[in-house]
Design a binder for this molecule. Structure first.
Ligand SMILES: *Cc1c(COP(=O)(O)O)cnc(C)c1O
Length: 360
């Protein structure tokens, strides 16, 4: 029997299940399982990525100053309190590594993003799952779950896979009520989809216990490049920079992200297209007996009568070349999460669900 063993907690991690991308025997499949932008990235980002090919022998920037400056300029933030990572997943991992550990607790909600639990366990901390109220973050339940060993509280706003969000007054009440040693992490992976919402940036500016994470993987269409960022109080950003590897992002990724951030016309276009087809998709599904909560993100959480119906519908969609996401792992076995695709994808999904439901 080997005595070589990983740290406690590591073997409790279930491997992350990514959205499927293929169906055996079918081409012309539409992938609606990973909340990707169906329109892809800004052409300016693709061009910036191409140009980086000429400098591949050079190490990348280690302080990410150009990307941080572009984020600060476009969103009106303080560039000195931005940190960039390989996806916001890496920022989440830095937060757990730096602030959690054995003997501490990391709070997340019952339908919260899988990486919170994974990163907490990887750091040796104890994840604590808190109930939601009808698929909406419940501030009182979170506050009740906090103890003097709580170090981090993660909420995604809007949340994945529910698509729901809570207002800034509720978030502020949460931040205000946390025990003094706990940090609130506002995961804003879908913040850009909400018209007029700053992801909590102003709250970060006002307080010393709130951090916001953001990503280029969703609205900006750069999931394949792995770029995200965090915005927080100076004392937190200083800590995270100490655990960050100096060359955690490639120059190609940095350049593409900067170009994507600066192309505001393109992001406005993507936001508007998403809103239009999200409404169309949710309304059309509701009409055929598949309701969903009002989604503020780029997906719809379709509710079925029970787990068996949801799985049967998923199987039927798959047979039609449509890949959506089962969310039993998020305690939502009766639901399917469907990314808002382009017009043709949305029409194909609705057509297939209608056939599954036995309509015409
Ligand atoms: C997609 C997603 C992320 C983004 O992850 P990246 O590592 O930036 O690709 C973060 N949080 C939530 C809730 C998400 O759905």
């Amino acid at each position: 029997m080997t005595q070589i063993a990983p740290q406690p907690g590591i073997m409790e991690i279930d491997l992350y299940q990514g959205g499927a991308a293929h169906v055996a025997g079918l081409d012309n499949v539409v992938k609606l399982s990973s909340n990707e932008n169906p329109l892809g990235p800004s052409p300016a980002a693709v061009e910036a990525y191409r140009r980086a090919a000429y400098d591949l022998h050079r190490y990348p920037s280690s302080d990410h100053s150009a990307l941080r400056a572009s984020i600060a300029e476009v969103l009106g933030l303080d560039a000195g309190r931005i940190i960039c990572g390989a996806g916001s997943d890496e920022i989440i991992a830095f937060l757990c590594q730096a602030y959690a550990g054995p003997g501490t607790e990391v709070v997340h909600t019952e339908h919260g993003f899988a990486m919170y639990r994974i990163s907490a366990l990887a750091a040796g901390a104890t994840p604590v799952e808190v109930p939601e109220r009808e698929r909406v973050t419940d501030v009182d339940a979170i506050l009740a779950a906090c103890t003097d060993t709580t170090r981090l509280v993660f909420i995604a706003n809007p949340n994945n896979p529910t698509g729901t969000m809570i207002g800034l007054a509720e978030i502020e009440r949460l931040a205000e009520g946390l025990p003094p040693q706990a940090l609130l992490v506002l995961d804003g992976a879908y913040a850009e989809y909400v018209e007029g919402y700053d992801g909590g940036a102003a709250l970060v500016d006002r307080r010393d216990n709130v951090v916001m994470t953001r990503t280029f993987s969703k609205l900006y269409g750069l999931g394949g490049l792995r770029i995200g960022w965090g915005y927080g109080p100076a004392h937190v950003i200083d800590v995270l920079n100490r655990v960050r590897g100096p060359f955690n992002l490639s120059q190609a990724a940095l350049n593409a992200a900067e170009a994507a951030m600066r192309d505001r016309a393109y992001t406005d276009h993507c936001r508007a297209e998403n809103a239009r087809w999200r409404t169309w998709l949710a309304d059309a599904l509701a009409e055929i007996g598949v309701p969903s909560d009002v989604s503020l993100a780029n997906f719809v959480l379709a509710r079925f009568a029970n787990q068996a119906e949801a799985e049967a519908c998923d199987d039927y969609l798959k047979s039609q070349g449509l890949i959506v996401r089962r969310v039993a792992g998020y305690n939502l076995p009766q639901c399917l999460r469907i990314t808002v695709g382009d017009e043709s994808a949305c029409r194909r999904v609705v057509h297939a669900v209608r056939q599954f439901k036995g309509g015409s």
